[in-house]
Design a binder for this molecule. Sequence first.
Ligand code: ADP
Ligand code: MG
Length: 700
Amino acid sequence: MRPPVLNPLFAAVSALPGIGPRFEKLFARLLDRDDGPPRLIDLLFHLPTGFVDRRNQPKLSAVKPDTVVTVAVTIEKHRPPPPNRPRAPYNIEASDETNTLTITYFNARKDYLQKLLPVGSQRYVSGIASFYDGHLQMVHPDRVVDAAGFAKLPLLDPVYPMTEGLHPNLLRKAIDLALERLPALPEWQDETWRARNDYPSFAEALRALHRPSAPSDIAPESAPWSRLAYDELLASQLALALLRKHMRTRAGRGSAAEGRLRARIISALPYALTPSQQRAVVDIVADLARPQRMLRLLHGDVGSGKTVVALIAAAHVIEAGRQAAVMAPTEILARQHFATIAPLAAKAGIRPAILTGRERGRAREDILAALAAGDIDLIVGTHALFQENVAFRDLALAIIDEQHRFGVHQRLALTRKGQAVDLLVLTATPIPRTLVLTFFGDMDISELREKPAGRQKVDTRAVPLDRLNEVIDGVARALDEGRRVYWVCPLVEESATVDLAAAEARYKALQKRFGKSVELVHGRMRGPDKDRAMERFGKGETRLLVATTVIEVGVDVPEASIMVIEHAERFGLAQLHQLRGRIGRGAAKSTCILLYRGPLGPTATARLKILRETDDGFRIAEEDLKLRGEGDVLGTRQSGMPGLRIARIDLHGKLLTAARDDATLILSRDPKLKSPRGEALLNLLYVFGRDEAIGLVRAG
Ligand code: ADP
Ligand code: MG
């Protein structure tokens, strides 16, 4: 039971006065909530990425053009567009004692502007001022307030990651309301530690980040941000430690098998397992046969061949007459695992099925019944797998493909579906080796170090956008040779509309030249449409796939041998590596063109250079850490650590080690979290959504 003191934090955003259910979907998308309505705590953890400085408040005569200024003016006159030119701008004349200012709106409603800026009133307007025809002008000020509003106007106005359709003012208002409702909670950090680091309290930290009083407050290295990062890391380390204790102390069940099914799968493979795949199989099979529970991480770069190892592991428990489940983070990935697994499974006599949010009605009922009856041996799916009505006859092995997303929550939820379920976690998280154990908790590790044989190094070139036509000609030659090509366009949530338009424009241009063989996929498409588009490309019905970054994780079309990445300078290193990992999978020599818009800054230059030099994911991960921190790179947020919203491994890596030691110490002194600090730590687990672990504390 969640302590009632936390209730305000878990109230729905849509219950806030003036917000309402209309905006629920938008907030859900912004706050990345897919398993329930967005809550105030999600809002509070939506931290700003920067700020607008409104401290510059000059007289009009002293305004420096093209900078953000906040000016006090008197509204003189409205000049709406003439009736015969309704599209003309709506101008409002304003002045102070030194000069005049034209405030300009496009497509504005007259009644709205007359209310906002009534003639004769005193207003404070803030935005970028510039000169137009020799007159000072401000187009669409971002803030317009009266004296009372000015008194409350934040001088450092935080800027948040946004989502299309949600107005920043609405987000600000919601965050303000959430801050007002923030309860004072007993401190869960060790007081000596907190004092030594000069950390504010949890509530103070959130206030400082959302209402900064100095620019330095907002930096991820600041005391408020670090405090929250530490909280988050401590919560995750505590949860991992609890999970581990639970998994290790409960007896497991050995699954006995001679390896018949495994042998059949291996002989059905069109290739030989790499040495590290073989080693992983040996380790896993030994774990599965032992009566202790398996808790193992299979860590390998994209394309290192984790799926087939997972299938062989599943074959072991299936031969023992039990069941296995593979859970993937997205629909596309689940379908793709299934596509890889199903034919091999069929050859070995294993009965597979897929279950995602998309299987509905009768089909779903049938799958659920077969699973409960034991007529399905191996189920592949998304988080739909751990919903309540999903029951197994005898689940022995849960395989969780975390890619970059999951956490303890999903691991636990799936292992609860059976008795003493063994756990295999697959991850491609590019994380330096030294941090793996700390990050994932103490698990046994199998590492897939080498790439499968026959993999070719992808020939990688950086080409400036001025040479687009040459690139397109190259694509034309490749298509003539029957090859398949990815054309990747960036899409950042914050500027999604513009990016999507650019991707669509590129698609149209390419379609004009190449006709029906071109197709577009992007993240806003409906799931089934996306799948079908991927499928057509997989089958070769289309051969040029224009895609936003939806293809990043796990997509596997070995015939694709060319990738053009447009605006490569906007992508992070890890993400470029992930993307490029989609090619070079088949027999053909592969080429990756990093199409960039110059001039490149030093970091972007370094990134593209590293990528040309190496395809070693670990080296890239390390270089990535070194290069981070400059500029707004696409996917910085995504390439953060799985399950973490606030902490960043590049900046808070030291805190991770401290949090791990802290968690160990806490549990050795107070294993049931009964002391006052223990009670406070329960709040921490709830606040960071690690509360599944609480059941484990109290169950012992
Ligand atoms: P990961 O999940 O680690 O990113 P996958 O399991 O998707 O990688 O494997 C990538 C591709 O490599 C698949 O097409 C798979 O069939 C192929 N593959 C896996 N193991 C080998 C191997 N030993 N030799 C050749 N190809 C392999
Ligand atoms: Mg995979």
